[in-house]
Design a protein around this ligand. Structure first.
Ligand SMILES: Cc1cc2nc3c(=O)[nH]c(=O)nc-3n(C[C@H](O)[C@H](O)[C@H](O)COP(=O)(O)OP(=O)(O)OC[C@H]3O[C@@H](n4cnc5c(N)ncnc54)[C@H](O)[C@@H]3O)c2cc1C
Length: 458
């Protein structure tokens, strides 16, 4: 019979404190409120306590404690889950956000990063050797959540998703077992960590295969006005025949001053910068361009094309991984953009090249066949705008749905009220079944349930 959850909280927390060396914050600790806050101010879950572990032994002790007292566990890496997965209401939050850093083996072209590292930690370590892992495009995002659920970056066309570059991990499972995971020793778990999210335990270390980024170019190019729909079409057309060296993303927006349509095109080119500039010449020449171009830069500059977004704003993100990019989709994006209010944007991350060629069987990740991730990012500050912004994001996702790969979105950009059916739609059916069987083996009681949750197979 299951024990009642925490019949005596104080003494249970005293046990946890005694069993760990890290920092334990109960709800009456002066730093609790500040520490529990995550990126999305809408994600206001209150953990029963927060543990900032010192080492893997602390993680093992915390997982064991949670099992003993029957409390669910939430894990935080960079705290960027817009769905609120790292703000676990009533759970124990294992907060790895102070646990950062990466070490590179330049000869092997690999890097090992601690589970709470941000993209910037990995980038800073690898760039010194002219190397990089495919990760994401906002440097303060956590590599943990991002990699385990996919990872779309400026290297997506040449190296695939971040999870494709994940070649090993140290995992603390729900039973407190520490497992070194790689394709040789734990092929099933390795497959599951490449896209199955934080369902299998706490990943304390992530090992990546690195790629050469000594010669790169990039740009953040802004367009404004009636020419924006034409630019969106051109970029989509360009991408359809683009080489692996080119990665393109678009942010459709409205300019705050007069509500004119706006578009930010993010370009990354791997190779001779002059060739990169030539590939984009026609788009850059569009009369609606107001600033920006493609120029040589180093990898850290490419990664900094997007300025970090501050914690504490309100977010509701919803969208679809799409199977094709026809004219109707571009029209739907433009129509939805006309209704944008404030800071909200529609993000279009185009996907081609190596991302499609890597054999699907190597990873659980369900977005490989998608040609784009199109997500409405509702971003606002005033709680009075909650309803308007959420409805806009949902309406936009509904407009994109006819082009959806399987009716699901990119799980890293999940909405706050992510449903079980949208999680399932994030995977093909055989992979979802396999993930459920894997979950039954490693987390049969669903201790790790604050995530895009894979229910254990019954
Ligand atoms: C501003 C912003 C920019 C973004 N840009 C990109 C982008 O360019 N490309 C992209 O692909 N995605 C991007 N994302 C989405 C991002 O991948 C997800 O938000 C992801 O969850 C962030 O990881 P995190 O570690 O910061 O999240 P957290 O909120 O810390 O964690 C989210 C969940 O991930 C799991 N998790 C995290 N770390 C671990 C770990 N060490 N062990 C086990 N489970 C873990 C847990 O289930 C946790 O609940 C962006 C998000 C934001 C808010």
């Amino acid at each position: 019979m299951a024990k009642p959850a925490l019949p005596n909280l104080q003494s249970a927390l005293a046990d946890l404190h005694a069993a760990t060396r890290g920092r334990l914050l109960a709800s009456d600790h002066p730093s609790y409120e500040q520490t529990r806050r995550s990126f999305n101010a809408m994600a206001a879950g209150r953990p029963v306590a927060i543990l900032q572990p010192d080492d893997t032994a602390d993680v093992v002790a915390a997982v064991t404690w949670a099992t003993d007292v029957d409390v669910a566990i939430g894990v935080r890496g960079g705290g960027h889950s817009v769905a609120g997965h790292s703000a676990p209401e009533g759970g124990l939050l294992i907060d790895l956000s102070k646990w950062r850093g990466a070490e590179v083996d330049p000869a092997a072209r690999t890097a090992v990063a601690l589970g709470g590292s941000r993209l910037m930690d990995l980038d800073a370590a690898t760039t010194a050797y002219g190397l990089a892992a495919p990760s994401g495009t906002f440097v303060d995002t956590g590599i943990g959540g991002l990699t385990l659920s996919g990872g779309i970056s400026y290297l997506v066309a040449s190296e695939g998703f971040a999870c494709d570059a994940l070649i090993g991990a140290q995992l603390v499972t729900a039973t407190g077992e520490v497992i070194d995971v790689d394709d040789q020793r734990e092929p099933d778990l390795m497959w599951g960590l490449r896209g199955g999210g934080g369902n299998f335990g706490v990943v304390t270390h992530l090992r990546y295969r690195l790629a050469d980024v000594t010669q790169v170019a990039g740009g953040r190019i802004n367009f404004r006005g009636d020419g924006v729909p034409r630019v969106i079409e051109r970029v989509i057309a360009l991408e359809q025949h683009a080489p692996d060296s080119l990665s393109l993303q678009m942010l459709a927006r409205r300019w705050p001053d007069d509500g004119a349509l706006g578009l930010t095109l993010l370009v990354a080119w791997r190779g001779d910068p002059a060739e990169g500039a030539a590939a984009l010449r026609e788009v850059v020449a569009d009369p609606s361009r107001i600033d920006g171009d493609v120029r040589p830069m180093n990898w850290l500059q490419v990664q900094a094309l997007n300025p970090p977004l501050p914690f504490g704003l309100r977010h509701y993100w919803k969208g679809h991984l799409v199977r094709e990019t026809p004219q109707d989709l571009a029209d739907a994006v433009v129509d939805a953009s006309r209704e944008i209010r404030g800071r909200s944007v529609i993000l279009i991350e185009l996907i081609h090249g190596a991302a499609h060629r890597i054999p699907a069987a190597t990873a659980a990740f369900g977005g490989r066949a998608a040609v784009a991730n199109v997500t409405a990012l509702a971003i606002w500050a005033d709680p009075g705008d909650d309803e308007t912004q959420i409805q806009w994001s949902r309406r936009t996702a509904a407009r994109i749905e006819p082009f959806s790969l399987r009716g699901g979105g990119y799980l890293n950009y999940s909405e706050l009220d992510l449903s079980a059916s949208r999680v399932a739609a994030g995977f093909d059916a055989p992979s979802f079944d396999r993930l459920r069987r894997l979950k039954r083996i490693h987390d049969p009681t669903n201790r790790f349930r604050f995530n895009a949750n894979i229910p254990p197979a019954s």
